[in-house]
Write a protein that binds this ligand. Structure first.
Ligand SMILES: Nc1ncnc2c1ncn2[C@@H]1O[C@H](COP(=O)(O)OP(=O)(O)OP(=O)(O)O)[C@@H](O)[C@H]1O
Length: 253
């Protein structure tokens, strides 16, 4: 089996007396989608925030592309190859699709569009950024919307835009927090297609409540309840686990 691009060991995050994430280990491998499911409050977003560096763990270690991420800022972890999307749409509505993606790409470079000195940046660097943006928009299926104001595109397209913004930083590891939230069936099917396409070049962790999508997409499934992993394995193994049936999936899955 190939080496994980991201490996988290024994992660714990305490908020006062509450262990929101309790001794959780996760490996993310290229060409694999690792879905994390669990009821509200299980600790899925907290786990995502630990992996992205938005929260420091109370204990445990994270290795990304061979480097320990302890003490790194989220920006530095992004430069090491981690891209994440957020549960809440994170786009600037009045800006075009292009401008949103361009800002995301520049943020990785520590490049502020408001700094006049940046107008003196070498042309080759700017053309490199532009190429990345074009590729990210195309991969996310939004080329026809490039010059459209983001607030006017559909909810599904806004979620695709979030993914394009994440891809513009050229990550090897993707953390996607509920990319199907609030979508109708046609939009959800389009997103599932997109995620399958992205799987080819990335290691992916998917936090998602849509169980049809999870069981379509996941190569590996981890179930969290109250901060702890209660089961982890192939979707078939997890679906058959009596503890998971009782605690979470219920009769229908
Ligand atoms: N910053 C914080 N301070 C205190 N408690 C927190 C904080 N963030 C999360 N929690 C608590 O940690 C637990 C796990 O929350 P988390 O948001 O990670 O769950 P989740 O599985 O992502 O839930 P959901 O599916 O609703 O997004 C919850 O009890 C939550 O109230």
């Amino acid at each position: 089996m190939s080496q994980p691009l991201l490996s988290a060991r024994n992660l714990t995050k305490r908020f006062g007396g509450l262990a929101a994430v309790n001794d959780v280990s996760v490996d993310l491998l290229r060409d694999r989608i690792h879905a994390v499911i669990g009821p509200n409050g299980a600790g899925k977003s907290t786990l995502t925030n630990l992996l992205s560096g938005d929260l420091p763990p109370t204990s445990g270690t994270i290795t990304l592309n061979g480097q320990a991420t302890a003490g790194h800022s989220p920006e530095s972890i992004s430069r090491l190859g981690l891209g994440r999307s957020y549960q809440k749409t994170n786009i600037f509505g009045p800006f075009t699709v292009w401008d949103n993606v361009r800002l995301a790409a520049q943020s990785r470079e520590g490049f502020s569009p408001w700094n006049p000195l940046n107008w003196l940046s070498p042309a080759h660097r700017l053309s490199g950024i532009n190429l990345r943006c074009e590729r990210a928009i195309e991969l996310a299926g939004l080329t026809h919307r490039t010059q459209t104001v983001a607030a006017t595109i559909s909810h599904g397209e806004q979620r695709q835009l979030e993914i394009a913004m994440t891809l513009a930083t050229e990550p090897t590891v993707l953390l996607l927090d509920e990319p199907l939230a609030g979508m109708g069936q046609a939009e959800a099917e389009r997103m599932v297609e997109l995620l399958l396409k992205l799987k080819k070049d990335h290691a992916m962790m998917l936090v998602e409540h849509d169980m049809d999508a999870v069981f379509t997409l996941a190569d590996q499934l981890t179930v969290m309840v109250n901060g702890q992993v209660i089961a982890s394995g192939s979707p078939e193994q997890v679906r058959a686990d009596p503890m998971v049936q009782a605690a979470y999936l219920g009769e229908e899955h």
